[in-house]
Design a protein around this ligand. Structure first.
Ligand code: HPA
Ligand code: ZN
Length: 339
């Protein structure tokens, strides 16, 4: 790749809008936390664990991702996890991150909702001071679990409403369409949360329609299947519903055989607010800049495309207009001064 374009990608200020905090657990930190919590691991070494990170589909990844999250027991573990991610994201010039967390992965093991959220929030505050990175939390319901369990999780979240900007839907898409969560998202909206949903990752464009029309999702996570549906592309463009695409995730989970097939360029050409994100970086082989670099290489993205993608990340962020303008000003300043 052209060295100038590489430098542009690495340094451009950006927002990350699709990252699962449990999916940022680096093997080294996983081993460290397991050791201090006296948890025995299936893998004998960090190397051996890393070698298990080969997936044929979303479910194979999820099995390993949920197993990894079992080392997280105490508030400090959640703090260390989030702090490590925010530090790493700052190194990639992420100035704002909207972070998913999956409370059911923890509450179903007897960890309290408070343990999880207190650790995450403390890291958000410290990271803002130390790295000047702003961040927000989006709670996700695990879609392989029941809608009743989602209702219970929402109840746990209500006392912490001020710490959570939005609610999403993640985990196994196959057999668990957005319609399964129609009722609970009604309640989510009554509480005024921002609504997002994973849809059209492994599943069809129909799931993106359901997320928009039934759940009233305001941003779609992945959504790559939308490329198959002309009417949906029109809908995404006209309603300005952004997509948070994760190219290395799509590659590692075999959603596409090659990065050149990830339709980022096509979404850009269709004037859709598409963004690039990392999803679960240690599992998929790279943080946000690596996603930008590899996507740029595979798709022949230009400096203008990269600018647009970074600009889209701020357009798609769930932040007050004044903050959005400050971030976009900073982006434009960067672009103007870059040589
Ligand atoms: N898809 C669905 N659920 C997830 C993912 C994903 O890519 N990552 C973590 N949970
Ligand atoms: Zn995801």
């Amino acid at each position: 790749m052209d060295e100038n374009l590489k430098r542009y990608i690495l340094n451009i200020p950006k927002a990350e809008l699709h990252v699962h905090i449990e999916g940022t657990l680096e093997p080294e930190l996983l081993f460290e936390i397991a050791k201090r919590n006296n948890i025995e691991l299936k893998h004998a070494s960090i190397e051996e664990l890393k070698q298990s990170y080969e997936f044929n589909n979303l479910q194979e990844f999820l099995n390993i991702y949920y197993a990894g999250a079992k080392v997280l027991l105490h508030e400090q573990d959640f703090y260390d996890l989030a702090m490590a991610y925010l530090k790493r994201a700052h190194e990639d010039n992420v100035v704002h991150a909207e972070i998913f967390f999956d409370p059911q992965t923890h509450t179903n093991r007897g960890i309290s909702f408070e343990t999880v959220i207190n650790g995450l929030v403390r890291a958000q505050k410290d990271a803002r001071e130390q790295y000047e990175i702003s961040s927000a939390l989006i709670m996700c319901f695990l879609r392989h679990l029941s809608e009743e369990s989602a209702f219970e999780t929402l109840e746990m979240a209500i006392p912490h409403k001020d710490k959570i900007i939005g609610i999403g839907l993640d985990s196994s898409e196959e057999g668990n369409p957005p319609s399964k969560f129609f009722n609970v998202f009604g309640k989510v909206r009554d509480h005024g949360f921002f609504v997002v949903a994973h849809a059209g990752e492994e599943g069809p464009a129909e799931n993106v329609w359901e997320a928009i029309e039934l759940l009233e999702a305001e941003r779609i996570d992945h959504g790559v299947a939308s490329i198959d549906d002309e009417l949906l592309l029109e809908k995404l463009r006209d309603s300005e519903i952004p997509l948070t695409v994760c190219p290395l995730s799509n590659l590692k989970l075999k959603v596409f055989d090659d990065l050149s097939e990830v339709p980022i360029k096509k979404f850009l050409d269709n004037d859709i607010i598409v963004t690039i994100n990392s999803d679960d970086p240690p599992y998929f082989g790279g943080y946000i800049n690596e996603n930008f670099l590899q996507a740029a290489q595979a798709l022949n993205l230009t400096r203008e495309d990269i600018f647009k993608l970074a600009q889209n990340s701020f357009k798609a962020a769930y932040i007050p207009e004044t903050e959005r303008q400050t971030m976009i000003d900073r982006l434009e300043e960067f672009d103007k001064k870059f040589e």
